[in-house]
Design a binder for this molecule. Structure first.
Ligand code: ZN
Length: 323
């Protein structure tokens, strides 16, 4: 198989950078925040698993309905209301079905959670226990041995939060599957990466699946082709790397701090504070350390830094940090 480990020198776990040989027993679960993520980031991995006779399930978090500019363009309308978004989500669902057919994944393998597009972070922060259980139930029902999920470094808020949700959901399971993260928006900060290369036929099939997402190709075809044309590259989630990291990676400027909100979430609770009221201690190096009263609690926990002002820029500036 053409699975190549890269950046081995920087990675202390180079021996872990081997994907298992796929077979009829392989069960790949792909977590996708929006229709098209499955193809852009996983179209070759999915084909390889299917070619070996393995099963693929896709859990789709949102319908991708909050997508106003392509909708304005294709539907020739300026104002977009709730009914219009619903219709757009249905359109994207049909396109996703066509893309999955290209990738040899039956529609029955698709589970949709119907969370709001651009609202996955809200779902997580408002009702973490319910969201985590909903996702965990979908994972449990399929018993995957590989889970592909967005990277924590992805700057699209739905993607970064999808990583956090998936980690919290996986922590509910007794057996952890192999976990791979994929990055679409932003720069990958991971040092351990695995490439899944495509044969010419797989690359052509992936392109046909991409073209099925016509609503997205209409305005952004070249960007979509560029993203999908990259080699599929995954960072394995390595348990040994999940050490306690209660020192935050952020040192925001003083003038920004009144605008910032810090959130901490685990599998059942979420808390948000204005920066000035967050339980932070500053160490001698000027770094901020979270001082949570129940810091010894079991299970993964994540912090998020965000600006409280509304903004036209949809991407996260700071995003999530694994504690
Ligand atoms: Zn997406």
């Amino acid at each position: 198989m053409a699975l190549t480990a890269v950046a081995v020198d920087a990675c202390p776990y180079s021996s872990a950078l081997q994907l298992p040989a796929f077979s009829a027993k392989t069960r790949l679960l792909v977590i996708a925040p929006h229709p098209d993520d499955e193809t852009i980031a996983n179209g070759v991995l999915i084909q390889r698993v299917r070619a070996a006779g393995g099963e693929v399930k896709l859990v789709l978090l949102t319908a991708g309905e909050n997508n106003p500019w392509p909708q304005r363009w294709l539907e020739r309308r300026l104002s977009i209301g709730a009914t219009d978004r619903l219709r757009w989500g249905q359109r994207r669902h049909i396109e996703l079905g066509q893309a999955l057919r290209q990738l040899d994944v039956p529609l029955a393998a698709l589970q949709t959670l119907g969370w709001p597009d651009m609202g996955v972070t809200d779902v997580l922060l408002r009702s973490p226990a319910r969201a985590v259980e909903e996702l965990a139930a979908g994972i449990r029902a399929f018993c995957p041995d590989i889970v592909a999920m967005p990277s924590i470094d992805d700057r699209h808020p739905d993607h970064g939060s999808a990583y956090v949700l998936t980690q919290l959901a996986l922590a509910q399971l007794s057996d952890a599957p192999l976990q791979l993260t994929y990055l679409i928006h932003g720069r990958d900060g991971q040092e351990c990466l695995v490439d899944v290369t495509a044969t010419p036929e797989q690359a052509a099939t992936k392109l046909r699946a991409l073209e099925a997402h016509r609503s997205q190709m209409a305005l952004s075809g070249s960007r979509m082709r560029r993203l999908a044309g990259r080699v599929e590259r995954y960072a394995p989630v390595l348990p040994a790397l999940l050490m306690s990291r209660d020192v935050l990676p952020w040192q925001p400027a003083a003038w920004l701090r009144p605008l910032l909100r810090l959130s901490v979430v685990d599998s059942s609770t979420a808390q948000t504070w204005p920066w000035s009221q967050a339980p932070l201690q500053r160490d001698g190096g000027g770094r901020y350390r979270l001082e949570l009263p129940d810091a010894a609690a079991a299970g993964p926990r994540f912090a998020r830094l965000a600006c409280s002002l509304p903004s036209l820029w949809i991407f996260d500036r700071w995003g999530w940090h694994e504690l």
